[in-house]
Design a protein around this ligand. Structure first.
Ligand SMILES: Cc1cc2nc3c(=O)[nH]c(=O)nc-3n(C[C@H](O)[C@H](O)[C@H](O)COP(=O)(O)OP(=O)(O)OC[C@H]3O[C@@H](n4cnc5c(N)ncnc54)[C@H](O)[C@@H]3O)c2cc1C
Length: 620
């Protein structure tokens, strides 16, 4: 048990590198502009080898109690999580004395491949470019478990050779033209928060210089139209920064992706994202009125129309082909969004149900019968997911609370049919403009829940359910220190198919783990994340102890692939918007498409990007 922040070594290394920037060697290429360390500044608050903020991490104190440090997450921060360690010891067999600390630095970073003609074409335009090792490393990955594992215990075969920070739409056009002319590969970079290995460089097949195009200097609000309730913004704006500015004016973007602190609006559009409030505000793509998209053959925009006009409903919508293109067709430089009035009130509701099945019936009723108008989000965890929710309990146990808990469990089991190990938990989030209406909705929801055997479990547990998806990546990284590796997979399923799909995927994960010598059996939980009239989106979270495995990453990859195949076989979708496709799901994505669809996509790529400048991955 160490008191030391496990990330401090890494920070020191970064500081050292920054300090050495004016040294010899690659000097000319490393220090091309006074602003060359801006990436370090942009990422100053973030870990270099883990998800999220440097000051936010789990640790065990001297007594072995887990706590979450930092102050980013309100009353979930700087709190002790008393139930977490016993649960982790039981399910993932972690042992506080058996530690697998991350390497302090990446051992070797290959020298950059430099295309001098390309450099000479963009340098005189005042475009910021860096060849510094730390910039290249920070831009060569996202935050998937595999990528974080490589940062902590391994290496990357290929990193971008340089990082460029365009500062305007015109500069992006210059860069893309030069890349086309001098045969350089480009990977647009937003906030680096993707989970599907989308930012990693292609390895063997790509010999050209590859540049990462960090969009975060393009973060200006270009116009805000109160009359039309729309805002036009550069694509590198971090979603949270934009939301903060809009809230000052009484507006909101609405959808609220859970990676909002780090994702850019361009990155969210490129992955066709959404957020936890989608039930009320719609998906990200429903908010987009217009965008500018730079491709090697020119800029695509809805010319002839005022940028803040309502969507153009005539003929095929080209924008829809570009949303979700994941940096493979061009660069989004500007977006126009519709705005929503900020709803000042927020309320969480939670209910225990005797089984996952009962919980699903309850949610289906809510989704299909539109029981309340202002439903923002809904969640449901199964019985194993509930154990994890309890692990995130921040209350300090006392003799009285333990006694009350025992009594409550006895009462629930005897009179309500709620049995530990079988019961599950649903949570509902309501946003609104009128407090009395929200209270009315709450009553309506609780009454409905009771029809399905539900028992009110309060505001706090509901809030915890929604907070957890923000906390889980921090827990994932922490557990790597104790030889526990974990990951998640998202999909969507129709109501009639959910339970069969869940059973099959869980069984497949267990069987694959057994065949891979994973002992003890893996932890697997499933969570409903979003409701539709026709079905839900689901997230499977799974993890296992990897101490005795020769190749933990290989095993994780195998489990991931086999589970994905099973998801498709069980009529689930290859992904839901929380991840996207990337390299991780490419094969399954192609498999899920019909031949004509594949042909269309190949032709779109050939037309827009004939020399494959945008080379991070070909979705087809
Ligand atoms: C804890 C956590 C919670 C998450 N929650 C959500 C959620 O609620 N909803 C959700 O949808 N996703 C979620 N994600 C996934 C992730 O945040 C999204 O995939 C997001 O879209 C990534 O945006 P980014 O700016 O970080 O893009 P990056 O990760 O930098 O890039 C992602 C891809 O988009 C491309 N790209 C980036 N910017 C541009 C651009 N301007 N033009 C063209 N291509 C570009 C890149 O080349 C890459 O292929 C979550 C991830 C984590 C780790």
């Amino acid at each position: 048990m160490s008191e030391e922040n496990p990330y401090s070594n890494a920070s020191r290394r970064l500081e050292n590198i920054t300090g050495h920037l004016n040294g010899t060697g690659y000097k000319e290429w490393r220090t091309l502009s006074p602003s060359q360390t801006l990436a370090v500044c942009t990422n100053r608050e973030r870990k270099w080898n883990g998800y999220g903020y440097k000051d936010t991490f789990f640790r065990f104190d001297d007594k072995g109690t887990a706590s979450l440090l930092g102050n980013r997450f309100g009353h979930f921060s700087s709190k002790e999580y008393h139930e977490l360690r016993p649960w982790l010891e039981q399910t993932l067999r972690i042992n506080l004395k058996t530690i697998c600390l991350a390497q302090p630095t990446i051992v070797e970073i290959h020298s950059p491949e430099v295309n001098h003609d390309f450099y000479d074409a963009i340098k005189p335009q005042g475009i910021i470019i860096s060849f510094a090792e730390q910039d290249r490393l920070l831009h060569g990955h996202g935050v998937s478990t595999i990528e974080i594992y490589k940062l902590r215990y391994g290496n990357f075969n290929r990193l971008p050779d340089a990082v460029i920070w365009p500062e305007s739409h015109e500069q992006v056009e210059i860069i893309v033209k030069a890349a086309q002319k001098f045969n350089v590969g480009c990977i647009p970079y937003g906030g680096g928060s993707n989970y599907v290995d989308a930012l990693e460089c292609p390895v063997e097949e790509e010999k050209r210089m590859i540049v990462s195009l960090d969009m975060r200097h393009m973060n200006r609000i270009l116009s805000l139209n109160n009359e039309n309730m729309s805002v036009t913004v550069e694509a590198g704006a971090i979603a949270k920064d934009l939301e903060i500015e809009l809230r000052k004016l009484g507006y909101s973007l609405g959808w609220n992706a859970e990676s909002i602190e780090f994702s850019t609006v361009g990155g969210l559009a490129a992955l066709r994202s959404s957020g936890l409030r989608r039930s009320m505000y719609g998906d990200f793509e429903n908010s987009i009125i217009n965008m500018k998209f730079v491709t090697p053959i020119g800029t695509i925009k809805q010319s002839g129309h005022s940028i803040s006009s309502p969507p153009i409903i005539s003929g095929p919508d080209i924008t829809n082909l570009l949303l979700g293109s994941e940096g493979t067709l061009g660069v989004i430089t500007e977006l126009t969004f519709k705005l929503h009035y900020l709803a000042p009130y927020r309320h969480y509701i939670s209910m225990y149900f005797p089984s996952f099945h009962q919980g699903l019936l309850f949610l289906r009723e809510i989704a299909q019968k539109k029981v309340v108008n202002n439903l923002s989000g809904a969640r449901l965890v199964d019985e194993t997911g509930l154990q994890l929710v309890h692990g995130f309990n921040t209350a300090t146990p006392t003799v009285t609370t333990i006694f009350k808990e025992v009594l409550k469990k006895y009462y629930w089991k005897k009179f309500k049919g709620l049995e530990t190990g079988k019961m599950c938990l649903a949570a509902i989030l309501i946003d609104g403009y009128d407090l009395s209406k929200i209270e009315n909705y709450e009553k309506r929801i609780l009454n409905l829940g009771e029809n399905f055997g539900g028992v009110n479990s309060g505001y706090d547990l509901g809030e915890r359910m929604f907070f957890m998806s923000k906390g889980l990546p921090y827990l994932r990284d922490f557990l790597l220190d104790y030889y526990a590796i974990s990951d998640y997979l998202d999909t969507s399923a129709s109501w009639s198919n959910i339970e069969a799909l869940v059973d099959k995927v869980k069984e497949t994960i267990v069987t694959t783990c057994r065949a891979q010598n994973v002992r003890p059996r893996p932890y697997i939980a499933v969570r409903v994340d979003h409701l539709y009239e026709t079905g839900v989106s689901l997230t499977f979270t799974y993890g296992f102890n990897c101490r005795n495995l020769a190749d933990p990453l290989g095993t994780l990859r195998r489990v991931d692939q086999v589970a994905l195949v099973e998801i498709l076989r069980s009529n689930g979708s290859v992904s839901h918007f929380t991840t996207g496709i990337g390299k991780r799901k490419k094969e399954s994505f192609v498999e899920s498409l019909s031949e004509p669809a594949i042909e269309i996509m190949k032709n779109v790529k050939k037309t827009l990007d004939p020399t494959n400048i945008f080379c991070s991955q070909n979705l087809i």
